[in-house]
Design a protein around this ligand. Structure first.
Ligand code: OGA
Ligand code: NI
Length: 337
């Protein structure tokens, strides 16, 4: 049976041709080693100055880091993971009621990345939805599993608080006022993507998600504890970020790269797939308000470099991002001065 999604319960014995990457673009999994020095930042520490310094170092040298003692309760995390798994285990006909390939939809189940723009597909299904303001968006969320709305709403609230704390620390690490980033992003939006990567017959030939940077400001990623798959580009090499219990992976997105005038890099990352086991990841994205004007922070342009990027609204950036394919020139390049 042909299905619009790949989380149909069918095990494929070979990779369909539309997922096979040309030889030069394949993940070369045997050349990837584990990143053994992923920065781990303890947000429970009393030494704020030290935390700020660690965040600054991580954003400058890695573009990503992990946080522990992050204030999101174990219960919220555990319930979120469970309900996301329950969603993807629903019968495929039930899930397909939510299917759409239109990126402008604020709640949809979809597959790959941008199915209508891309040449080669990715071995991923995803449920993507807006989460802020909750009372506006919760009514359109899945009502099956029945506990989905309540559990996910609660998770979103806790993650949002974590995001705000991180934005304060990142602002300070750039030498800006604590509220600088929060103020620029304004009534910031929040989206989630629950990614589901079914077992893949030929993981060497394809991706769950090919190398990309996130178009938003900050990403808070909950990895599958059982199955690894996230890799980031560090000093020109892909390295695996293995899951660590109790931690979120945080990455700098394109908007923070622009706002920091290129000081902090939106990290290139990708998800690879696995022959034996399905993998799930739960990404929360904080994004500027649509009309927020993103521009390099003044104090960061005064060292003679000037503003690397022109001013733009997030709405302009986001529509440009989704009109393209992940393999093209980086979207932020189009906003350079
Ligand atoms: C994403 C993403 C990585 C992963 O959703 O943008 O990069 O590990 N996910 O699934
Ligand atoms: Ni990403």
């Amino acid at each position: 049976m042909e299905s619009k999604v790949i989380s149909s319960g069918i095990r494929y014995s070979s990779l369909p041709a539309s997922y096979v990457r040309p030889e030069s673009e394949r993940p070369r999994l045997s050349e990837v080693s584990a990143c053994d020095d992923v920065p781990v930042i303890d947000l429970g520490s009393d030494d704020r100055a030290h935390v700020v310094q660690q965040i600054g170092d991580a954003c400058t040298n890695y573009g990503f880091f992990q946080v522990i003692n992050h204030g999101v309760s174990e219960e919220a995390v555990e319930k979120m993971s469970r309900v996301a798994g329950d969603f993807f285990r629903l019968p495929v006909e039930e899930k397909l009621k939510l299917y759409s390939d239109d990126p402008s939809k604020t709640m949809r189940l979809s597959t790959s990345f941008n199915i209508n723009k891309e040449q080669v597909h990715n071995w991923r299904d995803y449920l993507r939805f807006h989460c802020y303001p909750l009372d506006k968006y919760v009514p359109e969320w899945p009502s099956n599993p029945p506990s989905f709305k309540e559990i996910v709403s609660n998770y979103c609230k806790e993650v949002r608080e974590l995001g705000f704390r991180l934005e304060e620390l990142i602002s300070e690490s750039l030498g800006l006022e604590k509220d600088y980033i929060k103020n620029v992003l304004d009534k910031q939006g929040q989206h989630m993507a629950v990614n589901y990567y079914p077992p893949c017959p030929e993981p060497e030939l394809t991706y769950g998600l090919p190398g990309h940077t996130d178009p938003n400001a900050l990403t808070i990623l909950l990895q599958d504890l059982q199955v690894a798959g996230l890799q980031v580009l560090k000093d020109g090499k892909w390295v695996a970020v293995n899951p660590r219990p109790d931690a979120f992976v945080i990455n700098v997105g394109d908007q923070l790269q622009a706002l920091s005038n290129g000081r902090y890099k939106s990290v290139w990352h990708r998800a690879i797939v696995n022959a034996d086991k399905a993998r799930m990841s739960i990404a929360s994205f904080l994004c500027p308000y649509d009309d927020a004007i993103i521009s390099p922070a003044k104090p960061l342009t005064e060292d003679g470099s000037g503003a690397i990027y022109r001013d733009f609204t997030y709405a302009e950036y986001y529509s440009k991002f989704w009109s393209r394919n992940l393999d093209q020139e980086h979207c932020l390049e189009l906003f350079k001065n």
